[in-house]
Design a protein around this ligand. Structure first.
Ligand SMILES: C[S@@+](CC[C@H](N)C(=O)[O-])C[C@H]1O[C@@H](n2cnc3c(N)ncnc32)[C@H](O)[C@@H]1O
Length: 314
């Protein structure tokens, strides 16, 4: 973990109180802490840093799921490495989704945060536009892959073709992408280990419908964003499911209740409207639209997802 993050992070277990963490580094290479512990004097929580990867999950996990995560399987690593970087190995089926989303944000000073970054493509895109970009995800294999791309500039993986057949592939990042402007951590999108008002841009791509408390996710996005001079990009297919969240917690897709109607409309009202539960300070809509996003499960099986975005500023 880059030492730069020490200025940004707080204890995720103490939220909503914002308590700083002290760092005991056991192994450090320049500005990179390879092994050590982040410690909260207030609650006593200890967060390990192993092989450069910081684990900043709260002690009582708001996102605890029963059973293993589908994002920790070899199949999902293949699907997401292809989805994020297929253009880098010139796959004719690659989509332009991440560069399309990136085009929706204006370059600005300050740090940016990519929530649910998976294997990191959009975090790297953010690092081209902001002073520094942090990607976070609660999938250890995804963040490990993203960090390998950051530290090595490349990753070898097995692209699943069919059943047990696969093809070795290598992703090599463009040489002008600066790994010094990026970091990846394991953390929970519902308990962000960051100080309030820190980020000049935040993104949540295809995550809102995957977390157990979508409203808490929005509130956390709002908390860590600057009160003025901030941009937000939220894009989602609004595939509500009881596997991810209880129906009472969906922000749309229901006939009655506070979030009756479509998720994209309710999210706009939460961000920019005058609901009693609207976020504060409020945001102004800059743009709304759709990005077609593609994942590849195997050579003959793709998922095509219409991700509905909103960009807001304040
Ligand atoms: C549908 S994928 C989208 C990934 C990426 N944003 C993209 O658009 O390509 C959802 C991602 O969110 C991560 N995720 C799910 N719940 C999370 C949580 N509570 N905190 C952090 N990451 C989470 C998953 O591990 C996965 O990488």
């Amino acid at each position: 973990m880059k030492t730069k993050l020490l200025d940004y992070i707080i204890c995720p277990s103490c939220l909503p109180s914002e308590n700083s963490l002290s760092c005991h580094a056991e192994d450090q290479a320049g500005q990179d802490i390879i092994a050590g512990t982040l410690h909260c004097a207030q609650c006593g929580a200890a967060y390990p840093i192993q092989d450069g990867l910081a684990f900043l999950l709260p002690r009582a996990l708001p996102s605890a799921q029963a059973g293993p995560s589908k994002y920790e399987t070899p199949a999902s690593l293949s699907a997401y490495l292809w989805g994020h970087y297929a253009d880098m190995f010139h796959d004719p089926d690659a989509s332009s989704a991440y560069t399309d989303w990136s085009g929706l944000l204006n370059p600005a000073p300050g740090p940016a945060l990519d929530l649910g970054c998976a294997v990191g493509r959009f975090t790297f895109e953010l690092s081209q536009k902001f002073d520094f970009a942090i990607g976070l995800d609660n999938s250890i294999q995804f963040v490990t892959a993203a960090r390998r791309l950051m530290t090595q500039g490349r990753i070898d993986f097995n692209l699943i073709d069919e059943g047990r057949l696969d093809t070795p592939r290598t992703i090599t990042l463009p040489s002008n992408w600066d790994p010094g402007r990026v970091e990846f951590i394991v953390a929970d999108a519902l308990a962000l280990p960051f100080k309030s008002g820190l980020f000049s841009a935040a993104s949540s791509l295809n995550l809102l419908d995957k977390v157990p408390r979508p409203l808490v996710h929005l509130q956390e996005l709002n908390r860590i964003s600057r009160n003025s001079g901030a941009q937000l990009l939220l894009s989602d297919p609004y595939s509500w499911s009881i596997e991810a969240a209880a129906e009472a917690d969906w922000l749309g897709g229901v006939l009655t209740g506070p979030f009756a109607g479509k998720g994209r409309d309710n999210v706009k009202e939460l961000l920019c409207g005058r609901r009693t539960d609207s976020l504060s300070p409020g945001w102004d809509v800059r743009d709304r639209g759709e990005v077609w996003w593609r994942l590849r499960n195997h050579a003959n099986h793709f998922e095509l997802i219409r991700s509905c975005y909103i960009t807001t500023v304040r």
